[in-house]
Design a protein. Structure first.
Length: 419
């Protein structure tokens, strides 16, 4: 007979970190959190205007086989109330059993993982990681010191595919990405497993989300319709992920095809949160004066007009050091919307690394976007309905831009037409 489950107070992101190195069937029962309420609120089929009462439901998280479930941990919302309307822990896990009839492979519950507490450090043992190679130039990045595929080996467990991002000790992006990703738990956001350090570098360890979206750009398909369907599907998924980030008060600020992953099943993950910022308590906007030397690394061709430094809008040649010290203007969810529009053009451009292909100089892009109010031209082969949505992403004033929920709904409607 199974012991009564222990309902634990632990964050969803930490549950994934704790369960991933465990054998299949290991489970945790936890209280609902604000993150669960956000996930419920952004579901397309959610018609409720009132949040679920946290004291009526708990979440069962189960370590499962990714080959069957397309993810490492499955979450199930279970009612705390028995048939008599009273709390009944003895029957709680019985609600999981009906799932076996809906799945080709059912994961029996084997062992309840009881966490003594939530370790705030998230430190991992690097001895468990193998086949690390930072010498592959294909994985290099502007905000890190290399990325490597790797294998996480654990007792009584299949090898876990991961990727590891390396940072220099003085990198500001390391702490920023670590602190933000500890708070995030959503299917379309890259999962952080933890971090470790050596005497030279710091390392972040992530779930293996597939390959960079930029690596398959421009998208290819047998027919124009199938290519359009694929673009719509990717756009829908990205918009859905960005709705989640907006609910978490996070602005990505570096949304490009290079920072989105796509796996073998076609699922996307938003990655690279080194530039991301989160609304701070008591602040009514996300404006921030940035003077660190790294801020010049923003990719100008993806910046909304309000985010382009005044110096880059002029035709004068300022020293690079002076550009690095420029104070960048307001970033918001609406500046992410602008970048989203540019990202979608990358799916169709012959050279996806160069949006605005007819403009060679970055400074000219800045001037023509910020002063001339120029928008990206329609890529070859771009469906007109998609381009009309992109144009709404590029309204000059942020308040006039389309929102991510609106983008998602328009992509859903296009999917029903082309699907």
């Amino acid at each position: 007979m199974r012991n009564l489950p222990t309902i634990q107070k632990v964050s969803p992101a930490y549950v994934i970190k704790a369960l991933v190195p465990q054998p299949y069937g290991t489970y945790i029962v936890r209280y609902q959190t604000e993150n669960d309420e956000i996930l419920s609120s952004i579901q397309i089929n959610n018609q409720s205007t009132t949040p679920l009462r946290r004291n009526r439901y708990v979440v069962l998280s189960v370590r499962v086989d990714e080959a069957s479930y397309k993810c490492l941990v499955m979450n199930y919302r279970l009612s705390l109330m028995g048939s008599n309307g009273q709390e009944n822990l003895a029957q709680l896990l019985e609600q999981y059993n009906p799932e076996r009839n809906q799945l080709e492979k059912y994961t029996p519950l084997t062992h309840e993982l009881i966490l003594s507490n939530e370790d705030p450090t998230w430190i991992l043992d690097s001895k468990d990681f193998h086949h690390i190679n930072f010498n592959n130039d294909r994985f290099s990045g502007k905000n890190n010191n290399g990325i490597s595929d790797a294998i996480w080996q654990r007792p009584n467990q299949d090898d876990i595919k991961i990727f590891i991002k390396r940072f220099t000790k003085d990198s500001p992006y390391y702490e920023n990405e670590l602190n933000l990703l500890k708070q995030l738990c959503f299917f379309s956001i890259i999962s952080l497993f933890g971090h470790y350090s050596d005497h030279q570098n710091n390392f972040l360890v992530f779930a293996h989300g597939g390959r960079s979206l930029i690596s398959i750009c421009p998208l290819r398909a047998r027919t124009i319709v199938s290519k359009t369907c694929r673009i719509i599907n990717i756009a829908f998924q990205i918009a859905n992920a960005m709705i989640y980030l907006e609910k978490k008060n996070i602005v990505h600020r570096d949304l490009t095809a290079s920072n989105v992953l796509i796996d073998s099943y076609g699922y996307i993950r938003i990655a690279d949160f080194g530039h991301a910022i989160q609304k701070e308590e008591g602040k009514n906007n996300l404006s921030r004066a940035i003077t660190s030397s790294g801020e010049y690394r923003f990719q100008v061709r993806f910046l909304a007009p309000e985010c382009i430094p005044k110096s880059m809008q002029s035709q004068t040649n300022q020293p690079t050091d002076q550009l690095r010290r420029q104070i960048y203007a307001s970033f918001s969810s609406k500046s992410d919307v602008w970048a989203f529009g540019i990202l979608i053009t990358q799916l169709m451009l012959k050279n996806p690394l160069k949006p605005y292909p007819h403009i060679d100089n970055d400074r000219d892009v800045s001037r023509r976007v910020a002063i001339n109010r120029e928008v990206h031209s329609k890529p070859d082969g771009c469906n007109i309905d998609i381009y009309l949505i992109l144009q709404q992403c590029w309204a000059y004033e942020p308040i006039n831009r389309i929102s991510f929920p609106e983008i998602r709904e328009k992509m859903r409607m296009l999917s029903s037409i082309f699907g």
